[in-house]
Design a protein around this ligand. Structure first.
Ligand code: GLA
Length: 707
């Protein structure tokens, strides 16, 4: 999967359908040759061209085309690696030191290119992992200070990715805000540099660390797309670049503008992976590649299905107590719920968002005998028990803060800005991380808790770490590492524990957190219509298995919109289904319909959560939106269809199905009708949505045994 031609110095990384080639140029710098369709090593060597003549004294080196452009020499593009040495010198000069190709696991190998600076004691190694079952290539960088003086990395990106010269470039990414995450944008890539970033200390609702680039011609089904995603849950930055002479590429890594990475003597900095994938199959194929990669190589329990959960937040708010929760749990069990999650309000003096965060003992007035009786009742009803926690936070009105006012992010001479009446605990401090790990592992162990909803409800501010001179710079990466460390230790202590990543909805969704959690809460916005857009953006990279989606009450708390129960279910069934309504107010009919839809979801969730996603028609106000989930072997498929607004005379267009066995026939499990796959694929299926607004359907087709 990784080969090397000593004569030309070309390395070739082969994935099932793509190639990636690079070499070290005459100056010692690692340079990009190819990222695209499959090539042999000999073919890749054709791409080596001698450097052209200097065209003017103002150009310098090409700003796109190096594997990790440094600040140094005649380079004027955005550096991926920018160094300041103790004597004030800048710049890095590449001195190659050899390479290794390591078999790092079954069907998995890593290329490591080793370098040092020509003059200064600094080592840099570039890492590339390829696997036999995915076109995703993971890249990361390790920088090591081998001297006895401090070095500062003004920028330490994971990797830079270069595209071949194209006539035009288009950038796809998501923007958003709280309760409006994952809004897909697809616009021409501007000339110059475009920065996508989070300065909030978390992945953020406002941008998500992935990009897709194409020549402006790719569609859902066709065309070349280059994409990359950063596995990091703190502040980050991806800078895309489009040069006046028609090249494009991007660099990405941890931290935002103004943050640095201090490297003490002997210290090493390992960046998070910045994974990339190329496809010729359009945006649908690139999403499927990310989904398959996430399921196979990112999630800790790839074979499991997300359980149908109930969460009490929208039903009760902070009014959580044993009696009320038991009543909800009984109804949830009747609906077919498998995991019952108690949300915020169960601990300390937490009656609203002004007090109690940090005091993680059950509130005695609400749980007189602790959580035990409720946990037992939930288990007795045949459900798993889940609990909301927000370990990184503290309300100033809490015993924790009164005892440890120095544990929060702050600068001594600055105010401590509150958001949602809370401050951020400095998880970069090992004593804070150890404290969190301590109470969490006790809580989970003592009560037999099966699931944590791990929340994080505000952005960083005044992100200082007093007492450490370089604290503000160390804080960002160390915070995330310690967060990961606490989660990893918890999981090791409690192998059956499952975790949901939440940050006011979708503020912490990325390949880093997904490698140690099982699902994510995609948004606090549970309005079915808004959700369709949010889920469309979420699913560009992250699989439905990870996308928590609840059915809640109407009128929706946030939007005031009223949508029929069935439509709400069908939207939530496109991800990991949950229920968040006040079940004590559901009518008998609603409970019956809900139970039937939960049962239906369970019968098809293997397709939703582990199948292949085809977005047959994207969300739209007045047209049918259709998603299809299909078993890898084509044995079954599920179509979820939606039409928000009915318009007389609008064209009725059949949807053409994908991924079926072309010669087979498929039976509709509800109607019994049998269809030829050839017709479904080439001519399509009429979904026959019922009349009226808010029409939706779920169609499950199963391959007939061969006659
Ligand atoms: C965040 C979460 C919600 C809920 C509240 C509780 O906003 O996203 O789902 O847990 O916190 O305070």
């Amino acid at each position: 999967m990784i080969s090397f031609a000593p004569d030309s110095g070309v390395w070739l990384l082969a994935t099932p359908h793509t190639s990636y080639a690079l070499r070290i140029d005459e100056t010692g710098a690692p340079c990009h040759l190819a990222w695209g369709p499959r090539l042999t090593l000999a073919e890749a060597e054709d791409l080596v061209v001698p450097p052209g003549p200097e065209t003017s004294s103002f150009e310098g080196r090409d700003p796109v085309g190096e594997e990790l452009p440094v600040d140094g020499g005649t380079r004027y593009g955005p550096p991926s690696l920018q160094v300041r040495f103790a004597d004030g010198s800048r710049a890095f000069e590449w001195q190659p030191e050899g390479h290794d190709i390591e078999e790092s696991g079954p069907g998995e190998s890593v290329l490591v290119l080793r370098f040092r600076d020509r003059r200064y004691p600094l080592q840099v190694s570039l890492h590339y992992r390829v696997r036999a079952d995915t076109d995703v290539i993971e890249r990361w960088t390790v920088v090591r200070n081998t001297g006895d003086e401090a070095v500062t990395l003004l920028r330490a990106d994971s990797a830079a990715w270069a595209l071949p010269p194209l006539r035009d470039y288009r950038l796809s990414h998501v923007t958003g805000q709280w309760s409006a995450e994952s809004q897909l944008r697809r616009d021409q890539l501007p000339y110059g540099e475009t920065v996508l970033t989070s300065r909030r200390g978390i992945t953020s609702h406002h941008a998500n660390p992935w990009v897709m680039l194409d020549a402006g011609e790719a569609t859902e089904d066709h065309g070349r797309v280059w994409s990359a995603a950063l596995a990091w849950s703190g502040s980050w930055r991806i800078t895309t670049q489009r040069t006046p002479d028609g090249r494009a590429g991007f660099t990405g890594g941890v931290g935002h503008d103004g943050t640095t990475v201090p490297l003490a003597p002997g210290e090493e900095f390992t960046t998070p992976p910045f994974a990339g994938v190329f496809t010729e199959g359009g945006f649908g194929a690139v999403s499927r590649a990310w989904h398959a990669f996430t399921l196979a190589h990112v999630l800790p329990h790839p074979d499991e299905f997300a359980p149908v959960l109930y969460n009490s937040w929208e039903a009760t708010g902070f009014d959580v107590d044993e009696v009320g929760q038991k009543a909800l749990a009984e109804r949830a069990a009747e609906l077919g719920v498998e995991l019952y999650v108690v949300d915020d309000g169960w601990f300390g003096a937490r009656r609203n968002d002004r007090a109690g965060l940090g005091d993680w003992t059950p509130a005695p007035d609400r749980f007189p005998d602790g959580l035990g009786p409720l946990v037992d009742a939930v288990h007795g009803l045949g459900m798993r028990f889940g609990l909301w926690v927000e370990p990184e936070m503290v309300n100033p009105d809490s015993d924790l803060y009164r005892t440890h006012p120095d544990w929060v992010l702050h600068f001594p001479e600055r105010p401590r800005s509150e958001l949602r009446n809370q401050l951020v605990l400095n998880f970069a401090r090992s004593d804070v991380a150890d404290w969190a790990y301590g109470w969490l592992t006790r809580l989970v162990g003592e009560h037999g808790i099966d699931f944590l909803k791990w929340d994080m409800n505000r952005a960083f501010s005044e992100a200082g770490w007093p007492g450490r001179q370089d604290g503000a710079d160390r804080l960002g990466p160390q915070y995330v590492r310690n967060l990961y460390g606490v989660v990893d230790r918890l999981r090791a202590d409690h192998p059956a524990l499952r975790i949901e990543s939440c940050s006011g909805g979708g503020g912490r969704v990325d390949l880093g957190i997904l490698s140690r959690t099982d699902q994510a809460w995609a948004s606090d916005n549970t309005d079915a219509a808004d959700r369709m857009g949010i889920q469309h953006g979420f699913g560009q990279v992250y699989p439905a298995r990870t996308m928590g989606s609840w059915v809640t009450d109407v009128p929706n708390q946030l939007t005031g919109r009223t949508v029929p129960l069935r439509f709400r279910f069908h939207v939530a069934m496109a991800g990991a289904l949950g229920i968040g309504g006040d079940l004590t107010h559901w009518s008998e009919e609603e409970l019956r319909e809900g139970a039937a839809l939960v049962a239906e979801y369970k019968s098809v969730r293997h397709l939703v959560q582990h199948g292949r996603l085809d977005r047959l028609s994207p969300p739209a106000e007045d047209a049918e939106a259709v998603v299809q989930y299909t078993a890898a072997d084509g044995a079954e498929t599920l179509l979820l269809g939606y039409r928000r607004v009915s318009r007389h005379g609008s064209p009725k267009v059949p949807v053409r199905l994908r991924g079926l066995t072309p010669t087979a026939r498929y039976r509709d499990t509800r109607t019994g009708t049998v269809h030829h796959a050839a017709v479904l694929g080439a001519y399509g299926l009429h979904l026959d949505l019922p009349a009226g607004d808010w029409a939706s359907t779920a169609v499950h087709l199963v391959r007939e045994p061969e006659a």
